[in-house]
Design a protein around this ligand. Sequence first.
Ligand SMILES: Nc1ncnc2c1ncn2[C@@H]1O[C@H](COP(=O)(O)OP(=O)(O)OP(=O)(O)O)[C@@H](O)[C@H]1O
Ligand SMILES: [Mg+2]
Length: 410
Amino acid sequence: MAKSKIYAGLEIGTSTICVVVGEVLGNGSIKILGVGQAPSRGVRKGEIVDFETAQTCLNDALVEAEEKSDVEISSVYLAVSGSHIESLCNKGSIRIPEVEGINEITEEDLDEVREIARDIKLPSENVFLHSIIRDYYVDGQEKVQNPVGRQGEVVEADYHIIHGIKTRLQNTIRCVREIPINVEEVVFSPIAAAQVMLKREHKDRGSLLIDIGGGVTDYVMYTGGSVAQSGCIGVGGDHITNDISVVMKIPLTRSEKLKIEHGSALVEDDGGDSIFLEDGPLTSGLEIDKELLNQIINARATEIFEQLKDRITKYDDLDTLGAGVFLTGGGSKLKGIDKLAEEILGLPVSLARISSMSGASAPFENPQLATSMGLIRYAQMIDSDRSENDNMMTKIGKKLGGIFRGDSVD
Ligand SMILES: Nc1ncnc2c1ncn2[C@@H]1O[C@H](COP(=O)(O)OP(=O)(O)OP(=O)(O)O)[C@@H](O)[C@H]1O
Ligand SMILES: [Mg+2]
C-alpha cells in the first residue's frame, strides 16, 4: 500500500484565514488532522492590501493548525481569488504527422495542442493560472477521453483557461513566503472548493458551485464532467453587513450580529415585527424594523445572483445544469439565501456538503472551510499525477488536465 502523505491547504479570505492539515492515507482516503482559523485583517475583496497585518493573522491561523494537528507546516497549497481573475474557453487543433505510414497521437502532440489553445492574447499584465482540458476530439469525433495511442489525422482540444493579474497573484504568494512558508501550488479558490463540494455525478450532469465569501463570490460551473465557466464577482457577505450598517446607522460589528441572528435574504412581511437592540452604548434601545433589515439583505443578495446569472447566460444556458446549484462559503449560512438563489436562477439550489473526508468532524459542517479542504484533495490529485510523470515540469499542463477531467470526490 502507498505511504500516507500530509498536506496543508491555506485560504487567506477577506473575513477568515483558514488552514487545513490533512493526511492522505495509503488507500487514498483523506483524514483531516487539524484546522486553524483566524479572523482576517488587511485583506480586501480577496486580495491582500496590508501585508504586515495579514501576516500576523496568517501566523495565528498557522499556529492553531499546527497545534491541533501536531504537524509542523513548512509548505502549503494556496487558494487565490479576486475579481481580476477571469476565464475563457479556447480550442487548439493540430495535424498529426505521419510516421512510417501511421498517424499515432502522442503525449507530445497533446502538449502542442495545449500550447496552441493557450495562444491567446491576455491583457499584458496577466498570467495563466490554470489551463484545464475540457474535451479532446479526434478527426471531429465526439469527446475522446485520452487520445494518446489512438490513430487520427487531426486532434482538437477545448481548454478552459483561467488568468489573473500577475502582480496581484504574486502579492498573496509573497505574503506567505515571507512567513516563511513554501507555496507548492496556487489554485483559484472555487476550483479547490469544487474538489470536495461537487461529486463526479454533479459535474457530469452539470452544476454550478457558488462560494459566497466575505468580500467576493467565486463560482465554477461544470458541464459534461469538466469546467465550463469560472470567475469571481467582487461582492460578498460583508457588503450586506456594510449596507445594514449604513442604512441602520449602527456599527459594523453590530450589523454583522444582526444579519446572522435575525437577517433573511427573503423579504417576508413580518407583520411589523421589530427587533430591540439591548447591547452596546451606541445601539442600546434602538428599534430595528425587521422587514427593512431583510429588504437590505435581499437587495445585495439579489445583486450577487443577478450578476452571476448575467455572466453564466452570456455563454451557456442554465437549463443545462441538471444537478442544479450548490452554495458554499460563509455567506451560504444566511437564512433564505438558497430560496432566493432558486427564485433568481430558476434551478434547484442546495447547500453543498463535504462528504469525502474523515477526521475531526466539526469542519465538515462549516462551509467557510470548503476551499481549504478542497486544497487537500487537489494536492492529492496533483501528487498522484506527478508520480505518474517522470518529467514533471514539462507535464504541468497534462497534470492539471488530468485533475479536471477525471477528478472524483466520491
Ligand atoms: N451564520 C451566518 N449567517 C450569515 N452570514 C454569515 C454567517 N456566518 C458567516 N457569514 C458571512 O460569511 C462571510 C464570510 O465567509 P467566508 O469565511 O467564506 O469568507 P472569506 O473566505 O473569508 O472571504 P472571501 O472568500 O470573500 O475572500 C461574511 O460576510 C460573514 O458575515
Ligand atoms: Mg472564501
